[in-house]
Write a protein that binds this ligand. Structure first.
Ligand code: SAM
Length: 449
């Protein structure tokens, strides 16, 4: 019954191509190579499966259906992120640069945050926020796995962020909660949850989120709005309404080679001609909508400065660890929270009172005058960054066993970075010919994996 309502709406929306649209099946699965850790060419060689480029994302690749991309050690090592191809476009369009202040407002599970982080290459500030606590935890884990050094992960409501960070960000991504029609081809649950009211309920929520995003953007800043749905009230009509109520914004002209559908006349042409839709009957993606808006007028207010420091004794503990375990000098603690040391992103704001899951890169805890390095630190290091490395072939039994918690053999002494084909997996601690496993228990896969 409700699904009939969806079909009827699609017929009205796509007068020429509704049949082809409704017949279109889910496209091939895809992944995005994490350029903080890997290159597409090397990943293809290592995995030994054909990877087919996603035309709108340099690091995007389709992979064969039968390949279990989520079950490899390289996935655990953060070499790539499984991501639907059309979902790779918003972060590409936002074009985050190293050194910028970027906010990903609806960020879990973190595909687009990971992509923004890769573009920023550890420089600048990436604030990733997710309002649902369980989803924020997944976001935080993904940020860790991908080896991101410059992210703050928050679990906040959007209005509370708006109060704290007015006119502060260079770039904001609103990948909005939506009625999810782009998921229908792939996920039967998405169909079951849809009702004829879903688009209007979602549109009201999106409008509130967009209003807050507008207030958090600096003059001259860029806002990318995206949904994975086809309903015009969540897409072109939403953007039209936003521009009407925010004269300080202008809609940027998006130029891509992605073929666009002919939409019915009730969809505002002036908006539609500047936005982009990925439609499953026209492109190799399950469905997405994008608009890019520039703030031409308003304030530019510095983020409220945090007062962070590292006690001298803790700094010495870090120096001792870094001297023996690290070759890189690029990692420096900027804050201590209790016994924990953290490397802060550039311009890290005052986060007091905000539900903060991550305030940069966790380096480790000071325990009895020594540093117990964190898993986050291991994930953010390359094999070249550490003094002692056990680099296992990614498809070896040993690499797999390490993830399950096995003790390894090796003559390392002290902290040793365990890597899979050059991609860090976690820590081990060596003595007397064995390397004790420090891969976090909570991350170890179950045996069915
Ligand atoms: N950007 C994410 C990614 O690439 O992995 C996907 C984001 S998903 C489309 C939208 C997110 O918005 C969900 O994680 C959802 O929990 C969150 N959300 C739901 N209601 C919200 C609200 N009222 N304000 C802000 N975010 C909300």
């Amino acid at each position: 019954m409700t699904y009939d309502a969806y079909t009827e709406r699609i017929k009205r929306l796509l007068p020429d191509e509704w049949e082809a649209f409704l017949r279109a099946s889910a496209c091939a699965p895809s992944l995005r190579v994490n350029s903080l850790k890997m290159t597409p060419a090397r990943l293809e060689t290592l995995l030994g499966v054909p990877l087919d480029p996603v035309e709108w994302c340099a690091d995007g690749r389709y992979y064969p259906e039968e390949f279990a991309a989520g079950k490899t050690t390289l996935h655990e090592a953060g070499a790539y992120y499984i991501q639907e191809a059309s979902a790779m476009l918003p972060a590409t369009l936002l074009d985050a640069r190293p050194g910028e202040l970027v906010l990903d407002l609806c960020a879990a599970p973190g595909g687009k945050s990971g992509q923004l982080a890769a573009a920023m290459r550890g420089e600048g500030l990436l604030v990733c926020n997710e309002v649902v606590p369980s989803r924020a935890a997944i976001l935080s884990r993904n940020i860790e796995r991908l080896g991101v050094r410059n992210a703050v992960v928050l679990n906040e409501s959007v209005p509370r962020l708006q109060d704290r960070f007015p006119s502060a960000f260079d770039k904001i991504l609103v990948d909005a909660p939506c009625s999810g029609e782009g998921m229908f081809a792939k996920d039967p649950n998405a169909r079951a949850e849809w009702t004829a009211d879903s688009p209007s309920i979602c549109a009201a929520r999106q409008k509130a989120i967009l209003d807050s995003a507008a207030a958090m953007l600096k003059a001259g800043g860029t806002l990318c709005y995206s949904t994975c749905t086809f309903a015009p009230e969540e897409n072109e009509l939403q953007v039209e309404d936003f521009l009407r109520s925010h004269p300080e914004f202008e809609l940027a002209q998006l130029r891509t080679a992605i073929p666009q559908p002919r939409l019915a006349d009730f969809v505002p042409k002036a908006v539609a001609s500047k936005c982009v839709r990925v439609m499953p009957n026209l492109a190799r993606g399950n469905g997405h909508f994008f608009a890019l808006m520039r703030k031409t007028d308003g304030d530019d207010i510095s983020l409220p400065k945090g007062r962070y420091s590292v006690p001298h004794a803790m700094a010495r503990v870090w120096d001792d660890f870094a001297k023996s375990a690290l070759k890189t000098t690029a990692i420096v603690p900027g804050a201590a929270f209790g016994d924990s040391l953290v490397m802060l992103p550039d311009c890290c704001p005052d986060l007091t009172g905000l539900k903060t899951l991550r305030s940069g890169l966790r380096l480790g805890d000071v325990v009895k005058g020594r540093l117990a390095p964190s898993h986050s630190l291991a994930a953010a290091l390359s094999a070249d960054d550490a003094t002692s490395v056990l680099d296992l072939p990614h498809d070896s039994r040993e690499a797999r066993d390490y993830l399950f918690g096995a003790t390894l053999e090796g003559d390392a002494r002290g902290w040793c970075l365990i890597a899979a084909s050059g991609c860090s997996l976690g820590w081990g601690k060596g003595s007397d010919g064995t390397i004790k496993n420090h891969y976090p228990k909570g991350l170890r896969p179950t045996r069915s994996h």
